[in-house]
Design a protein around this ligand. Structure first.
Ligand SMILES: Nc1ncnc2c1ncn2[C@@H]1O[C@H](COP(=O)(O)OP(=O)(O)O)[C@@H](O)[C@H]1O
Ligand SMILES: [Mg+2]
Length: 493
């Protein structure tokens, strides 16, 4: 690993974290499951053994009791002590043999003890039988059976544990004998130990294996993300046209890629229009500046008469005014963009406002031979800034007059569209080609640059900014050759 950071990154990856959480959850679940299985198995093994021991011991004890009863009836005065030397010794070995000869049960040993706990008869005959604790003998004398777990030390160090069940045999005078059944716990302990070892190795192994699989599947699932990251790294301002290849799946990564591509498209769009805008501004300012410079150079070439100077200065002034207008309009747009324009809020009578605006253009209209007609409408009011709205309608009316040939007609109507105040300005001019219609509100856009009308293509952009600042909608319709109509619809007041 050349770069230690890269190595760390691997452990910080989503892939690794998912795998880690998943493996941890699996480890906890498997451990709980194993504990449950182990405990219930251990419990049922113990219960099973206890049942078997009791069954054996009680069987012998019952038989012994029956025998003692019979003997008492037959022999009459025979006491239990006398029976020690009597027929008891004939029956006891037989009983013990009968109850331990079943080959399946050989692991269970039987002993018959006297009331003091001394062995009288044993199935194994060996030493090393687990001695009953005093408490159990006392319990037996009182007539109750008891379970014990008894440890027997055989030779040095080696010991074995027995489970034992002791039950009393009632004689004529209280408890006469104790029957003990016992069995080494070795087999069950051995089985449980095996199970422990198996679970202890299997659980971590399963967790590790599943973790490895999980890691693999997670990296397969996240591969599209890695691919996307690679493409994104290549995207700069110069290569905004690059797009992510959307993965073939229909999942979250696909959605992410689509969203990212849409964002890129928007970014590219605004980046390009920003660039175009700067280009347009430079271009628009360059023309008057070139003219200005040329005129000044010509003027300086030789001495001129006062009249000539005046003519040149007049022309200079015109170019300067043009530039001043462009810069002023741009400033207005920039202030709308930055929301720096503080709008006054007042009730504006739209009919009244349009009348005044039309009057201010009367001279221009007359010169162009265009008639401006106002349809009478009173009382339609909008909420807004009268100054800015005047500017909006002036731009629209100016266009209507400017783009109509002599003899044309401009109609202004103020009305309610539903409950919304609206103004429509239509003309009988040349109209706007359908291809240009979607763009005319853009900055510096002129439908027909060759038809040079003296405008800079900023009028409609400003009109749109003002309308939007008022929450109003502005739209244009046009039938090329027959005229255009611009409508401004205000929000409900
Ligand atoms: N009433 C109209 N009739 C025909 N064309 C129009 C009309 N109004 C606007 N246009 C077109 O939309 C373009 C943008 O208008 P505008 O932003 O006011 O710019 P300008 O008037 O400075 O050319 C105009 O150049 C013109 O081509
Ligand atoms: Mg205009």
């Amino acid at each position: 690993m050349k770069n230690p950071l890269l190595f760390l990154q691997r452990f910080n990856s989503v892939r690794f974290r998912i795998t880690l959480w998943y493996a941890a959850a699996l480890a906890v679940t498997l451990t709980l499951f194993s504990l449950l299985v182990y405990n219930s198995l251990a419990k049922s093994l113990d219960e099973n053994m206890d049942q078997l021991l009791a069954y054996r011991a009680e069987g012998v004890a019952d038989a012994l009791e029956t025998y003692l009863e019979t003997e008492r009836i037959e022999v009459g005065r025979h006491s239990a002590a006398a029976a020690k030397g009597g027929a008891f010794y004939k029956i006891a070995p037989e009983l013990v043999r009968l109850h331990t000869e079943d080959p399946k049960q050989t692991s269970i040993a039987l002993r018959i003890l006297d009331a003091a706990g001394n062995e009288l008869q044993s199935s194994s005959g060996s030493s090393g039988a687990p001695e009953l604790p005093g408490r159990t003998i006392k319990d037996a004398l009182r007539g109750s059976a008891a379970y014990d777990t008894i440890k027997v030390d055989e030779q040095e160090g080696t010991g074995s544990t027995y489970r034992s069940y002791a039950t009393p045999v009632a004689g004529t005078a209280g408890t006469a004998y104790i029957v003990q059944a016992y069995r080494s716990t070795y087999i069950t302990q051995f089985a449980l130990k095996n199970l422990r070892v198996m679970m202890g190795t299997l659980v971590p192994l399963i967790v590790l294996l599943t973790g490895a699989f999980g890691m693999f599947f997670a990296s397969v699932a996240l591969r599209p993300v890695a691919d996307m990251a690679r493409t994104i790294r290549q995207i700069t301002a110069e290569s905004l046209s690059l797009r992510l290849k959307p993965p073939a799946t229909r999942d979250e990564t696909r959605e992410l890629a689509d969203l990212f591509n849409a964002m890129l498209a928007r970014l590219e769009d605004s980046f390009l229009s920003e660039r175009r805008f700067i280009q347009d501004v430079s271009h628009e300012l360059k023309t008057p500046l070139t003219i200005l410079k040329g005129e000044l150079e010509v003027a300086l070439k030789k001495a001129r008469t006062t009249g000539e100077y005046a003519a040149i200065l007049q022309s200079n002034l015109e170019e300067t005014e043009k530039m001043s207008k462009i810069v002023g309009d741009l400033l207005t747009l920039a202030r709308f963009d930055n929301r720096e324009v503080r709008l006054e809020h007042a009730r504006v009578d739209l009919g009244e406002l349009l009348k005044r605006t039309a009057e201010s253009l009367a001279g221009v209209a007359q010169k162009a031979g265009v008639a401006v007609e106002l349809s009478p409408a009173g009382g339609v009011e909008a909420d807004g800034d009268a100054g800015q709205l005047g500017r909006l309608f002036l731009n629209l009316l100016d266009n209507a007059v400017k783009y109509s040939p002599a003899g044309g007609r401009v109609c202004v109507s103020v009305y309610l569209e539903g409950a919304r105040p609206a103004v429509k300005i239509s003309d009988t001019g040349a109209g706007i080609p359908a291809a240009d219609l979607p763009h005319i509100f853009k900055r510096f856009y002129r439908a027909d640059a060759a038809r040079s009308s003296g405008g800079f293509g900023l009028g409609l952009a400003i009109a749109k900014s003002i309308a939007e600042a008022h929450g109003a909608e502005i739209k244009a319709e046009s039938a090329p050759g027959r005229g255009s109509a611009f409508t401004v619809i205000f929000p409900k007041t």
